[in-house]
Design a protein around this ligand. Structure first.
Ligand SMILES: [Zn+2]
Ligand SMILES: [Zn+2]
Length: 287
């Protein structure tokens, strides 16, 4: 049995064991040594954030039963996509898949901050007044659907190996839970680690209420895009303890912490609010 057969035969158990395994590790770590105090009780946060995660999984299965793996199989059968067209060694194809799909996720993340209509969807992720392992999967169903469509398009152009798609998705799931966790890594370790993966301290900057900080550190998995493309920011101005997490406009638990309110959040207010390309600069960061 080759690697692909093995992974395809056990795809669901592989995905679930990574999800629950890393979730459990990060959750215990958060309880034992939290980085910040939560402003909303863990019961409310987890109940509602996880309910949204399950709703999203349900919607995705309903709309796209074959999911990204199905699209990769389709592309291979049709011979579509760069990696199906050109003969590339397996290891190179796998690495290219993870790196290219991660770059697309980064660009998509910049896009949902830049386009006002899309920011309304993405602000559900940012409206969380705290930052913990459940924040990592807290996205509006419409943003989840948009992500899946962009992933499909990427797969059609890239023609990635099926195993590469599964590796990428499991990796993203794991790193998103890791780098949203409310935990503290020793400073030295964080410095080394963030050369290879986005760490909690690196991504926490992105959840700052301050516009310029929220428009930094868009990476979810590989940290290189932010450094290469100029969106990297080392630490939050106020420090990790004192910084405010969330968005300016919606801050009460009634507006941001309960599932029905989260689902309604994109439809509140006029489309004039904050977006990356329309903000008023308070003070310039330019030298
Ligand atoms: Zn964001
Ligand atoms: Zn985030």
């Amino acid at each position: 049995m080759n690697l692909e057969d093995l992974i395809m035969a056990h795809e669901i158990p592989i995905r679930l064991s990574f999800f629950f395994g890393i979730f459990a590790v990060m959750a215990v770590w958060e309880v034992l040594a939290p980085r910040r105090r939560l402003s909303v009780s863990r019961a409310v946060r987890w109940g509602n954030n996880l309910a949204l995660v399950f709703l999203n999984s349900f919607i995705l299965r309903l709309l796209f039963p074959a999911a990204a793996v199905g699209m990769a199989l389709f592309a291979r059968e049709e011979g579509w996509g760069l990696l199906n067209y050109f003969a590339v060694p397996e290891a190179v194809a796998l690495m290219a898949t993870v790196i290219a799909m991660d770059l697309v996720i980064y660009l998509q993340h910049v896009m949902v901050h830049a386009v006002p209509l899309l920011w309304r969807l993405h602000r559900v992720h940012h409206a969380d007044p705290d930052f913990d392992v459940t924040t990592g999967a807290r996205f509006h169903p419409l943003e989840i659907i948009l992500s899946m469509l962009i992933k499909f398009a990427t797969i059609l152009v890239l023609g990635p190996p099926v195993v590469g798609v599964v590796i990428f998705e499991v990796l993203l799931n794991v790193t998103a839970m890791f780098n949203h966790a409310n935990v503290r890594l020793p400073e030295q370790l964080d410095r080394v680690l963030r050369l290879f993966v986005v760490t909690p301290d690196m991504h926490r900057v992105h959840h700052s209420v301050e516009d310029d900080e929220a428009n930094s550190n868009f990476g979810f998995n590989l940290p290189w895009w932010d450094r290469l493309l100029g969106t990297y920011r080392d630490q939050p101005r106020a420090g990790h303890q004192a910084m405010t997490i969330g968005i300016h406009r919606f801050r009460t638990p009634r507006e941001v912490s309960w599932l029905p309110a989260m689902l309604w959040l994109p439809f509140k207010g006029r489309i004039t609010a904050y977006a990356i390309n329309r903000r008023q600069w308070g003070e310039s960061d330019e030298p």
